[in-house]
Design a protein around this ligand. Structure first.
Ligand SMILES: Cc1cc2nc3c(=O)[nH]c(=O)nc-3n(C[C@H](O)[C@H](O)[C@H](O)COP(=O)(O)OP(=O)(O)OC[C@H]3O[C@@H](n4cnc5c(N)ncnc54)[C@H](O)[C@@H]3O)c2cc1C
Length: 385
């Protein structure tokens, strides 16, 4: 077989497999530490789940507080300044805003749960964000939804938190890419076939790369790449769909994220409103299913009649990585410490990828890491099939 990828440095400090948000944040963190890095991407940059349209950054419910919640809280707090630095360095916008979230509450029973989450927020969240914005969780009974025009009336109450945020996933991918090039070589159309026991990365055309460390950030495909070494499936892909709407008029600028019974409405700063998302563990292909898109639009209009008549600008489908133990996987491969896994953030990756990358680079450089034990590869193997 002819080697197509001879222009890729064969012995960088780090080879990162996958150019989604996790791989790109890893590349930026490697650059910041003065390491040479190469990203190998099987197709185009951001072609995976990170190339989506939703971008809700929602905290875990503040009850039964565990390490994952501490990790995510720290990530959601630090992302604001990390994105500001990224935007300043590149001149690009990531569409980030700590816009908050409104959750309509449709029953007294559900209201009691919200009251518990509100109490948990007082206990576990800091009083203010790193930029001094107050963080709170209010429950407003019998009032109109804060700030959202034309939301369906008649809910028992509205929960409103100011920790939630939003980002434009494609804007984030573009800014990350701009921040790492040309220091980091980003090789597109460059599928990795396997990682050898000795930590060599073998590309599909037979080219072999021998980096100091390998970071596997190939989204849901990571699980297949690791399967031969682990002899088990560390996780799987879950297909999801979302739609992007152009409402009539610019009523929806800088609105909080709306979340109701599995549906998010995210008003982005370009005036478009993203609606999502669905979850499908069993799927035959990754194509958009029009019937699912129509149901998403229908649910969005039921929730917010002000979206009636909005133009459907885009329908989108992607596959999220879901690790066996549910938490993300960030850790060294057992018996192959030069291979580090960073994937599996499922529905919260956009808000934690920078911190997953910090942890992966700490592992790569032998520095201390504050990772929850549940993130370790071994912890996920216990749940794997
Ligand atoms: C419908 C939907 C809505 C979502 N909404 C949100 C949301 O609102 N908020 C949130 O935080 N998260 C959300 N997510 C989840 C989030 O998008 C993903 O968890 C995240 O993008 C995963 O990033 P990643 O970098 O791990 O993977 P990916 O973005 O999938 O990147 C992996 C990359 O690796 C490449 N690759 C794969 N195999 C190989 C190989 N063998 N060789 C080389 N390259 C390879 C792929 O081509 C891909 O580009 C959503 C996901 C979906 C599907």
């Amino acid at each position: 077989m002819t080697a197509r990828f001879t222009s890729i440095p064969a012995t960088p400090d780090i080879v990162i497999i996958g150019a989604g948000v996790v791989g790109l944040w890893c590349a930026l963190k490697a650059k910041q530490r003065g390491l040479s890095a190469v990203i190998v991407e099987k197709g185009c940059i951001g072609q995976g789940a990170s190339g989506g349209i939703l971008g809700a950054l929602m905290p875990h419910r503040p009850v039964s507080w565990e390490d994952i919640q501490t990790f995510q809280l720290e990530a959601l707090l630090s992302l604001e300044t990390e994105v500001a630095e990224l935007e300043a360095a590149t001149g690009l916008t990531c569409g980030y805003s700590r816009c908050g979230r409104v959750m309509p509450v449709d029953s007294e029973e559900f209201l009691a749960e919200h009251a518990q989450w509100q109490a948990g927020s007082t206990r576990y969240w800091p009083a203010a964000s790193r930029t001094g914005q107050p963080l709170s969780w209010d429950i407003r009974r019998g009032e109109p939804a804060p700030a959202w025009p034309a939301l369906k009336p008649g809910f028992v109450a509205y929960s409103f938190d100011t920790l939630s945020a939003r980002v434009n996933p494609r804007g984030l991918v573009k800014a990350l890419l701009a921040s790492v090039q040309p220091h980091v070589v980003v090789a597109e159309n460059c599928p990795v076939e396997k990682i050898t026991d000795a930590g060599e990365v073998v590309l599909e055309d037979g080219t072999r790369l021998s980096p100091g460390k390998v970071i596997v950030a190939a989204g849901h495909d990571s699980f297949g790449l690791l399967q031969p070494a682990l002899q088990c499936e560390l996780g799987w892909g879950v297909k999801g769909q979302a739609v992007l709407l152009r409402p009539q008029g610019r009523l929806f600028d800088d609105m909080p994220v709306i979340y109701s019974r599995g549906i998010y409405l995210v008003a982005h700063d370009d005036g478009l409103v993203a609606v999502g998302s669905t979850s499908q563990r069993d799927f035959k292909n990754t194509d958009v299913d029009e019937a699912i898109s129509q149901r998403l639009v229908q649910r969005a209009v039921e929730l917010c009649p002000g979206l009636a008549g909005a133009e459907v600008v885009e329908q989108w489908a992607g596959v999220r990585p879901r690790a066996a133990g549910r938490d993300p996987v960030v850790g060294s491969m057992p018996g192959a410490s030069n291979t580090i896994v960073a994937t599996g953030g499922f529905k919260i990756t956009l808000g934690i990828a920078h911190k997953m990358a910090d942890a992966a680079l700490n592992l790569a450089t032998g520095s201390d890491s504050d990772l929850p034990r549940s993130f370790a590869v071994e912890a996920h193997i216990a749940y794997a099939v």
